[in-house]
Design a protein around this ligand. Structure first.
Ligand SMILES: Nc1ncnc2c1ncn2[C@@H]1O[C@H](COP(=O)(O)OP(=O)(O)OP(=O)(O)O)[C@@H](O)[C@H]1O
Length: 344
């Protein structure tokens, strides 16, 4: 390690639609919801991350909660920079690493974002004082984070279901042979649940409640081996306007998510039908890596396996694989140069 390397701090950032994770010196130091609470009139930032998340749906007219990212890409650059600035500052104070001459960053991006969007991410990182900025596509980072040796001449398929996007990619020799970024993921699942409860139970529920339902009893199939108990759900009766409570089962949630899950499955099947036969044969042998927060949905592996006739394996800590993979690349740049996004 050179003297300059010693003075350089390296951080990996997974700037996700739902969660932002940042690693430093080999560990995840920041794991924060990608949300910010702002005063409507002064524009002053009131809270970032977990604190802002608690305020979601319960704010008054002078405060608004905002997501700087939508569908995996930055929707509001000013806010996303402010959020990252605060999180990076927090990271260095937590790590007691105030002295640094230069900052190198790797940032994961959805596959298929435009060159303009990529340049905008880099410009944003520059404004955060990053000297060297590397970009990596999320499914590539997820595969590396899950322990796949992506540089080998072996085909691997990754389905990474996040909050804003589902990234589907077939990887070999450090490159993506075929990939797609679908705007159907965890946030859409929440919308599906809200719509189902409204239509079937005449009950209006908020986003946080839908998220709670998804996590507590959410399922991709009706026939679960160990089904969760029915959940009591409170909201506003659409007919009387009064607060009301209903019971919801995992079967209902499976029905509400069916359309979105079918769209994800169709995209997986499209990609499978479009790859060279040698790679198909590898995927037949290796199965599909299912990861991202959305992979935690009960029965999703079973459902995807039934649709594709392939084995599905889930890595550990699916919410962390992207940032872990990015960190591995940043630490071993010589080895992993082929996986970085180039030509911007
Ligand atoms: N137990 C669970 N069951 C179902 N979904 C879950 C569970 N835990 C988390 N999720 C969902 O995972 C999603 C977040 O996943 P992740 O952090 O991988 O996405 P992200 O990186 O923020 O989004 P993106 O990659 O789209 O920008 C959220 O929609 C969240 O509701």
């Amino acid at each position: 390690m050179s003297f300059f390397d010693f003075l350089t701090e390296k951080i990996a950032i997974d700037l996700g639609t739902t969660n932002t994770l940042i690693t430093h010196r080999g560990k995840i130091v920041i794991n924060s919801p990608s949300i910010i609470a702002v005063h409507r009139i002064s524009g002053k930032i009131i809270a970032v991350g977990k604190e802002a998340n608690y305020m979601r749906g319960k704010i008054h007219k002078n405060i608004k909660t905002l997501y700087p990212l939508r569908n995996g890409v930055i929707a509001n650059f000013d806010l996303s920079e402010k959020m990252l600035k605060i999180l990076i500052k927090k990271l260095f104070s937590l790590q007691k690493a105030a002295f640094r001459t230069s900052l190198n960053m790797i940032i994961s991006i959805p596959c298929g974002i435009t060159k303009v969007e990529m340049r905008a991410v880099k410009e944003s990182a520059k404004r955060l004082n990053a000297k060297k900025i590397y970009l990596i596509e999320e499914p590539m980072a997820a595969a590396i984070g899950a322990g796949i040796d992506v540089l080998q001449p072996i085909g691997n398929m990754v389905v990474d279901i996040g909050g804003g996007t589902t990234e589907i990619a077939v990887i070999t020799l450090g490159g993506i042979v075929s990939g797609q970024s679908l705007r159907i993921a965890g946030n859409m699942f929440n919308d599906d649940i809200i719509q189902y409860i409204r239509e079937q139970h005449n009950l209006h529920i908020g986003e946080s409640t839908a998220e709670k339902i998804k996590i507590k009893i959410g399922s991709a199939i009706e026939a679960l081996e160990i089904p969760p108990d029915t959940l009591q759900v409170q909201g506003r009766d659409m007919l009387t306007g009064k607060p009301k409570q209903i019971n919801v089962s995992h079967k209902e949630i499976a029905r509400s998510l069916d359309k979105s899950l079918t769209q994800i499955e169709n995209a997986v099947l499209d990609i499978l039908s479009d790859i060279p036969p040698e790679i198909s044969s590898d995927i037949y042998t290796n199965g599909i890596l299912l990861t991202g927060g959305g992979s935690l949905l009960r029965g999703l592996d079973e459902r995807l396996s039934a649709t594709t006739d392939l084995s599905i394996y889930k890595g550990e800590q699916p919410l962390e694989v992207v940032v872990k993979g990015s960190e591995i690349v940043l630490k071993n740049l010589n080895r992993y140069t082929p996986v970085l996004v180039r030509n911007m």
